[in-house]
Ligand binder design. Structure first.
Ligand code: HEC
Ligand code: HEC
Length: 492
């Protein structure tokens, strides 16, 4: 089910639409016909229209891909057919491969952001933005939440493994098929490249996106780190956009610039990207309609009210306050920038944008779209709307729960499993985040062992760029104040 704040199932949406219609008709009788959702409609009608728009935006984002003229974010032709046949024999094994190994989100609507598009002789598996920008939390699918487990390295590796079968079929493939196979393998080789392959699922290497600017200008990318980040949430994006995309100005050349860079990395030509730039902008406009997911379990009201005071005193200085608009929806605000010396979280991502890279972007064929506007050494303090669903926390997903974030850095969990990270059984409603193996347990020892052997479904804070240091705000609060604060954070 697609869950958005207020989008509590179809019944509400239907009821809302009926109210919206009635409201509009009443308005018409009064001689003041206005579209539902516009100023002056009844509050119920406005609320219903806003929720309906969010649900519709989520549906459209999930249905969108930008494959164009045989190019785009695609994998090896024929895979959709293989998956269909495989599912006929062993659905469990196929589904486990898609979710556990590749980290894709699979629910009753299929795999989020994976489309089967006919091109050449075969169906081509095409990735849309939703492959990374749809996630699960506590067993719910949420469009606009970052996918907690997406594993682009594994997606590349599987394709290189399958490429033998395509080589075998090469003589009978048509020209388009051959081009599609060659492009898919180019992208797969990029995804597995050791220079930016992240060791952990759920972390996407920004250095891979950056590499395109080096590659088109024939310059060797510097070894300044992988820039491993989790996929951020997208509700409130319109407000965020006003202060820049990332605080280092990466890809900041107006709407659609970052989407264009993702597509370029995946093999689109600059000309193709320009030809469909309006579609990238359209997807980003849809992001702006999303609403944060409502916390799905009971909240202790009095504790949350006490927690609101703790938040104002300890957190609001950086994260802002969270007024609702007249209709009870979040009044999204832009995030504040915080220098690295103050937040002191893992700094690897900051090394990605250098003055030399800036110059390369400026000279590149996408220089106007990808433009870097600012070069600052710090991170945005992200707005905390829908924060309950965004675990593991921080830009590098190095802290598994809110309770862990409120623990002094030296005592935070060091290792945890990402298996079924978005499923109900892995949600710890007390800590708000992932369930953990008890400290010192055999289960923890096993995870440490697996991590040592390079398991991608285990997060180990000792890996480069995976540090869980910094952001020690609120860690010295008394336990009761921390509990109240967590209760309050559930309401955002
Ligand atoms: C391979 C996974 C992946 C895919 C596919 C993907 N994104 Fe993203 N997206 C990310 C990651 C990771 C970030 C954060 C990068 C960072 O923080 O440095 C991000 C960030 C963004 C942001 C900025 C959000 C914010 O508030 O910081 C926008 C906008 C965005 N993506 C749009 C798109 C669009 C449009 C598409 C489809 C054309 C797309 N993305 C496809 C992984 C992906
Ligand atoms: C001095 C500024 C500052 C203060 C005070 C502060 N934060 Fe933050 N917070 C940040 C910054 C900057 C980040 C991003 C750091 C990163 O991702 O590396 C952040 C990230 C977070 C995140 C991660 C969000 C996500 O999606 O992963 C949470 C949760 C959070 N803060 C909660 C709190 C709480 C609760 C408090 C009060 C106890 C607090 N913060 C106080 C600056 C601050």
């Amino acid at each position: 089910m697609v869950t958005t704040r207020g989008g509590q199932g179809q019944a509400w949406v239907r009821a809302g639409l009926v109210l919206a219609t009635v409201g509009t008709l009443l308005g018409a009788f009064a001689g003041t016909l206005r579209p539902a959702g516009a100023e002056g409609a009844t509050p119920e009608a406005r609320r219903a229209a806003r929720r309906a728009a969010a649900v519709e935006a989520a549906r459209e984002i999930r249905a969108t891909h930008l494959f164009e003229g045989g190019r785009g974010m695609h994998a090896l032709p024929g895979i959709p057919t293989l998956l269909r046949i495989g599912r006929g024999f062993a659905p469990g094994a196929i589904d486990a491969a898609l979710t556990d190994d590749l980290g894709l989100v699979l629910d009753e609507h299929g795999v989020a952001g994976l489309h089967a598009v006919r091109a050449g002789t075969f169906e081509v598996p095409v990735f849309g933005c939703a492959a990374c920008h749809t996630g699960r939390a506590a067993g719910r699918t949420i469009v606009g939440l970052g996918n907690k487990r997406i594993d682009v390295g594994a997606i590349g590796r599987v394709q290189l493994g399958l490429s033998a079968s395509h080589c075998f079929a090469w003589p009978v493939l048509g020209r388009t098929d051959r081009r599609l196979v060659a492009q898919a393998l180019d992208t797969a080789r990029l995804l597995v490249d050791a220079r930016w392959r992240t060791p952990t699922q759920g972390l996407v290497p920004d250095a891979m996106i950056r590499s395109w600017f080096y590659q088109v200008q024939g310059v060797e990318p510097p070894a300044t780190g992988v820039g491993a980040v989790k996929v951020p949430h997208l509700w409130g994006y319109a407000a965020k956009r006003k202060v820049g995309l990332f605080c280092d100005g990466f890809a900041d050349g107006g709407n659609g610039g970052w989407g264009a860079m993702v597509e370029a990395t995946a093999g689109q030509t600059p000309q193709a990207i320009r030809a469909y730039q309006s579609r990238v902008e359209r997807v980003e406009a849809l992001f702006e309609r999303l609403l944060p997911p409502r916390y799905p379990f009971p909240i202790d009201g009095p504790a949350a009210a006490r927690g609101a005071h703790v938040f104002s005193a300890t957190c609001a200085g950086c994260h802002g306050d969270y007024a609702l608009d007249a209709d009870g929806f979040p009044d999204f605000q832009p995030p504040l920038y915080v220098p690295h010396a103050q937040v002191r979280t893992d700094g690897e991502r900051l090394g990605l944008v250098t003055p030399a890279f800036r110059e390369l972007v400026r000279r590149s064929p996408l220089g106007d779209l990808a433009r870097l506007t600012a070069l600052q050494g710090g991170y945005f303090a992200p707005r905390l709307d829908g924060v309950w669903a965004r675990f593991p926390y921080l830009h590098n997903a190095a802290v598994p729960s809110l309770a862990a974030l409120l623990t002094p850095p030296g005592q935070r969990p060091r290792v945890w499993a990402l298996d079924r990270a978005g499923e109900a059984g892995r949600f710890d409603a007390r800590a708000v985040g992932l369930t953990l193996p008890p400290a010192g347990s055999a289960a923890e020892a096993r995870l440490l062992h697996l991590a040592g052997r390079g398991a991608r479904h285990v997060y180990d804070v000792r890996r480069p760029g995976h540090g869980n240091q910094g952001h020690d705000f609120g860690t010295d609060l008394p336990p009761a104040a921390k509990r109240d604060l967590i209760e309050y954070l559930k309401t955002l």
